[in-house]
Design a binder for this molecule. Structure first.
Ligand code: TXA
Ligand code: MG
Length: 380
């Protein structure tokens, strides 16, 4: 069995940062150790990006395949110039518009970047995060920090300190508990290493926002689990089943009343089979009164039946108000993890409209569901 590391947990308030704790953490990083820390997107697990032995510890802690490269995090723009040889005008424009923030840029790497980070690619992923704990930690360490999301490979990314402790306690040297991540989804990954900029992973910096800065249309590389045979995936991480909770996930897409009706029918079917079911729906679909243990759809038999008494096998969680993508993004990984804790067998979720940030949310939901989508047609 793999031996456990002694993990220290530090609570650090992002609004009143204890620099003594940050200094201890940064020393651990500089000495080749591993530290999990909050960023504005999700928690990351960091190590010295220029030290291959340290970087290997990240792969081991996460159980991550070695052919999936890591993002290098920096605390100021000038650090970028050590990691790459050339920065185009377009890249500079994106940097002034979106850094610090949830945008990762793929650029041609310099010789300073070890192959362990890039899985042998000639490009490197770089991000300047916005979170004050992340910035202070990297600055104090004085080195670029390689940091993938701080989850066990294949599980939903962590958006709270508790999630990191659940996954990585005993696997890393320090876990910084610095509260909830504001964005809740991993950064947008944008490939700027070729002539035509391409989004490899959608995130809070949307296609439209990038196009406004670049003044031209960019590509969106729609990664598909089935499409990778014989082809080198553009974002290597996208070929693995990602963000998946333990339960099976089914997405229902279509006109909202029909979707709710279909979800309720399936809910009834599954609980009758003795399955424990988690429902993710928008706020208006959750019953306003009571404890929210059933859906709100009017006239449905199941809702009627459970009006007085919530069904013991059904648990309903609101992703937020429909169309309020920021809230939904911040909630979605947390909800998937909560359902894991509740040990549900199946999660049924409403789809989200794929516009703006909704595109990133659906991208993660579709991966969690392993492309299991029920297209609900309008019967009227
Ligand atoms: O928000 C985030 O990006 C978080 C926080 C901690 O910064 N980090 C994160 O890292 O999500 P990770 O390792 O979970 O996801 C990085 C993604 C993977 O899909 C990886 O394959 C891709 O970026 N990637 C890294 N380097 C690449 C490269 N040189 N070319 C293409 N894709 C790359
Ligand atoms: Mg990840």
């Amino acid at each position: 069995m793999r031996s456990l590391i002694k993990t220290i947990i530090y609570d650090i308030d992002p609004n009143d940062i204890d620099m003594n704790k940050i200094k201890i953490c940064s020393k651990v990083l500089a000495n080749g150790g591993t530290v999990a820390f909050p960023t504005e997107t999700v928690y990351g697990v960091g190590a010295n990006a220029l030290n291959p032995q340290a970087v290997k510890k990240i792969y081991t802690a996460k159980g991550r395949p070695a052919d999936n490269p890591l993002i290098v995090h920096i605390s100021d723009v000038k650090s970028l110039y050590v990691l790459v040889d050339e920065v185009s005008r377009a890249t500079e424009d994106l940097i002034s518009a979106f850094w610090p923030g949830p945008l990762t840029l793929i650029l041609k790497k310099s010789k300073a970047v070890p192959d362990t980070i890039t899985a042998g690619l000639d490009t490197v992923a770089i991000r300047l995060p916005m979170h004050p704990i992340a910035i202070n930690l990297i600055k104090e360490a004085g080195i670029p920090i390689a940091a993938p999301s701080a989850n066990i490979s294949g599980k939903p990314s962590p958006t709270r300190g508790k999630h990191v402790v659940d996954d990585l306690f005993g696997r890393v040297d320090i876990i910084i508990n610095g509260g909830n991540c504001e964005v809740g989804l991993e950064s947008t990954v944008l490939d700027m290493s070729t002539n035509q900029p391409t989004i490899l992973r959608p995130g809070a910096v949307t296609k439209k926002m990038i196009e406004e800065i670049l003044g031209k249309e960019i590509n969106f590389h729609e990664t598909n689990l089935g499409n990778f045979e014989g082809e080198i995936p553009k974002a290597p991480g996208m070929k693995y089943i990602h963000y998946a909770p333990k339960a099976e996930v089914i997405i229902y897409r279509g006109e909202i009343d029909e979707v709710t009706r279909r979800m309720e029918l399936d809910l009834e079917r599954y609980v009758n089979l003795g399955k424990r079911v988690g429902i993710i729906c928008t706020e208006s679909r959750k019953r306003a009164e009571g404890d929210g243990s059933c859906l709100a759809f009017r006239g449905n038999l199941f809702s009627q039946k459970t009006k007085q008494e919530p069904h013991p096998l059904a648990s309903v969680k609101s992703m937020g108000v429909r169309g309020e993508y920021k809230t939904i993004a911040a909630n979605i990984f947390r909800i998937l993890r909560e359902f894991d804790d509740e040990e549900v067998d199946i999660i049924l979720t409403e789809a989200v409209e794929e516009t703006e940030l909704g595109q990133a949310i659906m991208n993660r939901l579709i991966k969690a569901a392993g492309y299991n989508i029920v297209e609900v047609s309008n019967v009227n």
